[in-house]
Design a protein around this ligand. Structure first.
Ligand code: SF4
Ligand code: SF4
Length: 534
């Protein structure tokens, strides 16, 4: 472990650490564009110059490994002057179109100019012009004039996805980023190049011009798109509700977690939040009698469901829960079914096509909480539940989230099952063909509208936090289940998701010892070797 000093501060870093990362240990930020800890070193932007004692001239920190006894200075006059010159060089041909640039407010050219530039421009010649607003693929658009040729996007496509769509073409001040002939930037992780582009050259076609970034608020979260559970930031627009046609969730951004997704997320997860503000959101409880559907109050809906559970024998009730439900929802459901004695329980249902999977992040299981459902003991056979409904052994079938008519089961069999049951209850966020056939529809809050946890495929329990208010009268599933429990005579309903997580930790051995506090922002693993609910 080499020991060195950075700006007079003695530090010790692991062998092989470069000087940008070593300076971070000392709490010192070395400005840089091309360096990214997830990519190879390019040494291209030259901005990370530092002075090293006995070195004749400033040295780039990204490509210099910390050594024992090194004395590093990041704020000498010579380094400051060098940085300023490099900033001027990077901005020579830049269009300086910040007022109309979607990156404004989170652009490292702006930030570093204010911190390390602040020179008076000397450029009087006509600037070099390059292609503007070029779609590179379904998600990314290029403004080549804003590009500083840091090559992060090129290295991402070469080193992370291995798809190699991008390159730097031409020479000198005509150099520009572009696609190789016949290629399109359409790999499954293409949105990450927008995150790592330090300037406004690559912008997100879904997000650009929707809302200025300084109006956004952030909540830490977890992607519900597959069993990986990539860590996210949810950026929401509350301050300018008239922007972006009322879309509250403006974008999802990856959040670094060394044990899960590092710096990246896939495009399916990144752009998979459209259902949150979609027109088919379920907003109020509804009841269907014959062909007539009418709105109901939560009190009426809770009373109807509690009444059915009280009236029917446990054998006459079947439940198809969902591995899309949070651990807290599943804990509340488990409690409800236990006190009612219901045994016909399942979680997953077959989907039409098996999901894709790769060696980067994407998992074939498109549910965020399959392992959580298994650990809570809600992993029965959905086929058996549906079979019981078809053979008229069930009087009540409660379906969470699933559109059974979009599953791999023949639609005729599903319809037969739904028509054979006296009372179909649907709990979910969005309307679907199954909810249309339900007698009671209980609207559920989407994952960004409530707190909770998922357990990923490796057993990491991770928190997601509320970013926006639930739409309409939607409730978190744990909340509505708690109200039904209260109607059945259990203790008053919990008002926080954490209540159910505490119960989980107390009753399911795999979760023993975990708490919201101990999960922190990056999660904790469930206990190994224990898988059954007590
Ligand atoms: S487009 Fe962005 S990431 Fe790519 S080389 Fe240019 S500045 Fe770097
Ligand atoms: S890999 Fe899975 S969890 Fe990660 S962003 Fe994609 S869909 Fe979401």
């Amino acid at each position: 472990m080499p020991r060195l000093t950075v700006n007079g501060q003695a530090i010790e870093v692991p062998a092989g650490t470069n000087l940008i990362e070593a300076a971070r240990v000392a709490g010192v930020e070395v400005p840089h564009y091309c360096y990214h800890p997830g990519l190879s070193i390019a040494g291209q932007c030259r901005l990370c110059m530092v002075d090293i004692e006995k070195a004749p001239r400033p040295t780039i920190a990204c490509n210099t490994v910390a050594a024992d006894g090194m004395v590093v200075s990041t704020e000498t006059d010579r380094v400051r002057e060098t940085r300023k010159s490099i900033m001027e060089f990077h901005l020579i041909n830049h269009p300086l179109d910040c007022p109309v640039c979607d990156q404004a407010g989170e652009c490292w050219l702006q930030i570093y100019y204010m911190k390390h530039g602040l020179y008076d421009p000397r450029m009087t010649d006509e600037k070099v012009h390059k292609p503007k607003a070029v779609p590179l693929g379904p998600h990314v658009i290029l403004d080549a004039e804003r590009c500083i040729l840091c090559s992060r996007c090129v290295r991402f496509c070469d080193e992370i996805t291995g798809t190699g769509e991008l390159g730097i073409f031409e020479r000198g001040d005509l150099s520009e980023i572009g696609l190789f002939p016949g290629k399109e930037l359409d790999n499954k992780y293409s949105g990450n190049v927008v995150d790592i582009c330090p300037v406004g050259a690559l912008t997100d076609r879904d997000f650009r011009f929707q809302v200025r970034v300084w109006y956004l608020e952030t909540a830490t979260s977890v992607c519900p798109g597959c069993a990986r559970g990539c860590n996210l930031e949810v950026h929401v627009n509350r301050r300018r509700p008239h922007h972006a046609e009322g879309r509250r969730v403006a974008r999802l951004k990856p959040r670094f977690n060394a044990d899960v997704n590092r710096w990246w997320i896939c495009d399916a997860g990144r752009y998979g939040f459209g259902f949150v503000d979609a027109n088919d959101r379920l907003l109020v409880p509804t009841r269907r009698e014959g062909e007539t559907t009418s709105e109901a109050t939560w009190d009426e809906a809770i009373a109807a469901v509690a009444g059915a559970l009280r009236r029917l024998s446990p054998d006459e009730v079947g439940v198809i829960a969902s591995p899309r439900m949070s651990n807290e929802d599943l804990a509340a459901l488990r409690r409800l079914l236990d006190i009612c004695g219901v045994q016909r329980i399942a979680a997953g249902v077959p989907v039409r096509a098996p999901g894709d999977q790769d060696d980067i992040l994407i998992r074939a299981d498109k549910n965020p909480n399959s392992l959580g459902a298994e650990l809570v003991g809600l992993n029965g056979d959905a086929r058996a539940v549906l079979g019981a409904a078809r053979s008229r052994r069930l009087k009540c079938l409660w379906i969470f989230e699933h559109d059974l008519l979009a599953s791999a089961w023949p639609a005729a069999e599903v319809l037969e099952a739904l028509n054979a049951v006296e009372m179909v209850i649907f709990t979910g966020t969005n309307a679907n063909r199954t909810s249309e056939r339900a007698h009671w529809v209980l609207p559920a809050a989407a994952w960004v509208e409530r707190d909770g946890t998922y357990t990923n495929f490796e057993g990491r329990v991770q928190r997601f936090r509320q970013a926006v208010e639930p739409l309409g009268q939607a409730l978190a599933a744990w909340d509505m289940l708690g109200r039904i429990l209260a109607a059945l005579g259990e203790a008053p309903a919990a008002t926080r998701a954490e209540h159910w997580f505490r119960r989980l930790a107390a009753t399911v051995p795999a979760f023993a010892g975990l708490s919201y506090q101990s999960l922190g922002d990056t999660g904790r693993m469930v206990a190994r070797g224990v898988s059954a609910s007590s």
